[in-house]
Design a binder for this molecule. Structure first.
Ligand code: OXD
Ligand code: MN
Length: 587
C-alpha cells in the first residue's frame, strides 16, 4: 500500500485492532468517488437530490444524536496537564489510549477500512502538512475529498519523507455514551470514536488543522488559527488581504464571500478561505497566510441569495448536504433560504415537517462543497507562499457591550483584545445556545494547548517583526432595546472593511478611547445606507460603566490561568482600568 515503513506499520496495527473486512487505500479519483456514492445511495447513507436543479448533489441525514461538535467529549492528552491548560479537557496519554482503544477493538468487523492520505494546504507549499485518516465511514471519505487534497499526491508527500498526522476514526455504533475525540499532540495523533459528524469526524479540519497544528505552530514559530482569509480590492485594483477570527456559526463564510453594497461601487472581495488560516512570518516581516482546506463545510440555515449570493452560487452543484430539509421535488431547503416556505417539506430527520418538531433543517445543518466553485474564489488561493495579511480582525456575537469596530493601539493591545473576545454560543457545538462565553481568538474549542502559552506565543511575534498586521475587533450583532439588530451586517460589513483597509493604508481617522481606536460616524462610508445617526453613534459608543464591568469579567477569566498568564495581558487590564477612571474624571 505504501513504501513508507512508519505508515505501513500503523495501517497494519490499526487493521489488527479494528479487524475490517477489507482495506482500501483512497486515491481520490472520480471513479472511486462515483463507486462510493453509488454504495451510499444503495444503503441509504445518501439520498440523491433533484438532478435538474442541483446536479450531483446528495443529502445525508446523520444520527439525530450526532449533529454537532462535542466539546465536552473532546480531549487534549499531554504528559503534563498544564500543557493542555484549563481551556481543554485533559487526560494523560496513557489514559486516553486506554479509554478509546478497547472501543476500536473489532469495531470495523463487517466494514471497509478506508485509508485516506491527505494534504492540508496547496500543493507545493512549504507550509502544507500531510495527514492520514483511517476511517470506516464512506461519508467521511466523500467529505474529506472535498475538504482536503486527498490521494496520490498527498501520499507522495508522505513517501518523500515528510511527517504526517495519524488520525484514526470509527463511527462505532454512534452511541453518545461511547464518543470521544482524543488528541495526542506530542505524537501527532488523533483518535475519534462514535461520531460521524463534521469536525468530530473529518479529522483534517478541527482536529488536525487547528488542535494539532496549533501545537506544532507554537513549537515551530507560526500560527494555526480559526480564521477566514479574504482579499479586499479597491476601485483602483489594489488588493489588501485580511484574516478574521469569529466563533463557529458567527458569519465567517458570509464575510469571506461578501458582495459589497451597490453604493461602494468598484470594491470587490476575494475569498481565500472561510474557516482556517495558517500564517507564517515572511522575510519581509509580514504574516503570510494559506488556507489549509480545499472546501467549505458551511452552516446552511440563514444562507440565501440576499445574505450570501456567492455561497448560493457555489453550493448548487457537486455538494453534499447534511441534515437539511428537502422539498417535495427533492431540493435542499433550510430556514432563511430564498422564497416562500413550501407547504410540504421533509425535515432533517426524514419526517413530514411539523412545527412541533422544531425547525425543518437542523440549526447546524451543513453543506460541503469545493472552494473552487465559489465565484469569488481568489486567484491567489493556491499560491504556495500564501497571501500577505495587512489586518487581523477578531469578533464575537455580542448583543451588547462591544462596539461595531475598534482598532487596537498596537500588537500587544491587539493580542489582549483578541484574547478577551466573548461570544454567544451557537448550535455548532452541542449544549446551550445564546450564552456569552469567553472565546479567545475564536479558538476556545480548538487551541491544542494551554491558552496562557498560546497568548505568550502570540505576544512573542512583536519581537520578531516590525511589520505585523494591524489588529481590529468587530461586532456585527449589537441589538437595541427591542432585541433588533442595529447594524444591517452581511454586504454592509464592507463599510467596516473599507475603514479597516484605509487604516492599514494610513488613511481615515479614529478617536482614541481606553479600549481602542474608534471611527467617528463620519469616518465610515455609510453612503446609500439608511441608518439613523443616533444608531450609528450608539454602535460606536463606549460606555465606561459597562466597560468597567466587562474588564472585571475579563480579569476574572484571565485569573483562571494562574501564573502562566503573560504579564503584558495583565498590564493591558491595568492600563484600561486606569484610562477608564481618568476618562470618567475628565467628563
Ligand atoms: C466549523 C465549526 O465547522 O467551527 O467550522 O464548528
Ligand atoms: Mn469553524
Amino acid at each position: 500500500m505504501t513504501n513508507n515503513p512508519e505508515l505501513a506499520a500503523w495501517i497494519d496495527a490499526v487493521a489488527a485492532l479494528t479487524t475490517p473486512d477489507q482495506i482500501r487505500l483512497v486515491d481520490g479519483s472520480d471513479a472511486e468517488n462515483d463507486a462510493l456514492i453509488e454504495s451510499m445511495l444503495a444503503d441509504g447513507t445518501l439520498e440523491k437530490l433533484n438532478e435538474q436543479t442541483h446536479p450531483n448533489c446528495f443529502l445525508h441525514r446523520s444520527d439525530p444524536s450526532d449533529v454537532a461538535r462535542v466539546e465536552h467529549l473532546t480531549f487534549v492528552c499531554t504528559e503534563d496537564s498544564e500543557d493542555a491548560g484549563p481551556n481543554n479537557n485533559w487526560m494523560a496519554p496513557e489514559e486516553g489510549h486506554a479509554k478509546v482503544d478497547p472501543l476500536f477493538d473489532g469495531c470495523m468487523k463487517g466494514r471497509t477500512m478506508y485509508v485516506i492520505p491527505y494534504l492540508m494546504g496547496p500543493y507545493g507549499s512549504p507550509f502544507s502538512r500531510a495527514g492520514v485518516e483511517i476511517t470506516d465511514s464512506p461519508y467521511v471519505v466523500a467529505n474529506m475529498r472535498i475538504m482536503a487534497r486527498i490521494g496520490q499526491r498527498a501520499l507522495d508527500h508522505i513517501e518523500a519523507g515528510n511527517s504526517f498526522v495519524r488520525g484514526l476514526h470509527s463511527i462505532g455504533q454512534l452511541d453518545p455514551e461511547q464518543r470521544y475525540i482524543m488528541h495526542f499532540p506530542e505524537d501527532l495523533m488523533i483518535k475519534s470514536f462514535g461520531s460521524g459528524y463534521g469536525g468530530n469526524a473529518l479529522l483534517g479540519k478541527k482536529c488536525h488543522a487547528l488542535r494539532i497544528a496549533s501545537w506544532q505552530a507554537r513549537t515551530e514559530g507560526w500560527l494555526a488559527e480559526h480564521m477566514l482569509i479574504l482579499g479586499i480590492e479597491d476601485p483602483a485594483g489594489n488588493t489588501t488581504y485580511v484574516a478574521a477570527a469569529f466563533p463557529s456559526a458567527c458569519g465567517k463564510t458570509n464575510l469571506a464571500m461578501l458582495v459589497p453594497p451597490a453604493a461602494l461601487d468598484g470594491w470587490k472581495v476575494w475569498t481565500v478561505g472561510d474557516d482556517i488560516a495558517w500564517m507564517h512570518l515572511g522575510e519581509d516581516g509580514r504574516l503570510w497566510a494559506i488556507n489549509p482546506e480545499a472546501g467549505f463545510f458551511g452552516v446552511a440555515p440563514g444562507t440565501s441569495l440576499s445574505t450570501n449570493p456567492n455561497c448560493m452560487n457555489t453550493l448548487g452543484r457537486n455538494a453534499i448536504y447534511t441534515n437539511v430539509a428537502v422539498t417535495p421535488d427533492g431540493q435542499p431547503w433550510w430556514e432563511g433560504i430564498d422564497g416562500d416556505k413550501p407547504g410540504e417539506l421533509i425535515d432533517w430527520q426524514g419526517r413530514p415537517h411539523s412545527l412541533e418538531n422544531g425547525p425543518a433543517a437542523h440549526p447546524n445543518s451543513r453543506f460541503t462543497v469545493s472552494a473552487s466553485q465559489c465565484p469569488s474564489y481568489s486567484d491567489q488561493a493556491n499560491e504556495p507562499q500564501g497571501v500577505p495579511i495587512s489586518a487581523l480582525i477578531f469578533g464575537g456575537r455580542r448583543s451588547a457591550v462591544a462596539p461595531l469596530v475598534f482598532e487596537a493601539l498596537d500588537w500587544e493591545h491587539g493580542v489582549f483584545a483578541a484574547a478577551a473576545v466573548a461570544s454567544e454560543t451557537t448550535a455548532a457545538a452541542t449544549g446551550a445556545v445564546g450564552q456569552v462565553r469567553r472565546d479567545p481568538m475564536a479558538m476556545k474549542p480548538f487551541c491544542g494547548y494551554n491558552f496562557a502559552d498560546y497568548w505568550t506565543h502570540w505576544l512573542g511575534f512583536k519581537d520578531k517583526s516590525e511589520n505585523l498586521p494591524k489588529v481590529f475587533h468587530v461586532n456585527w450583532f449589537r441589538k437595541d432595546a427591542d432585541g433588533n439588530f442595529m447594524w444591517p451586517g452581511f454586504g454592509d460589513n464592507m463599510r467596516v472593511l473599507k475603514w479597516i483597509t484605509e487604516r492599514c493604508a494610513g488613511q481615515s481617522n479614529a478617536v482614541k478611547t481606553p479600549i481602542g481606536l474608534i471611527p467617528n460616524g463620519s469616518d465610515l462610508d455609510l453612503s446609500g445606507l439608511d441608518l439613523d445617526q443616533k444608531v450609528v453613534d450608539a454602535l460606536l459608543a463606549i460606555d465606561p460603566n459597562i466597560w468597567r464591568t466587562e474588564i472585571e469579567a475579563i480579569e476574572e477569566y484571565f485569573g483562571s490561568f494562574g501564573e502562566r498568564i503573560p504579564s503584558e495581558i495583565l498590564g493591558q487590564i491595568e492600563r484600561i482600568k486606569r484610562e477608564i477612571t481618568e476618562s470618567q474624571r475628565a467628563a
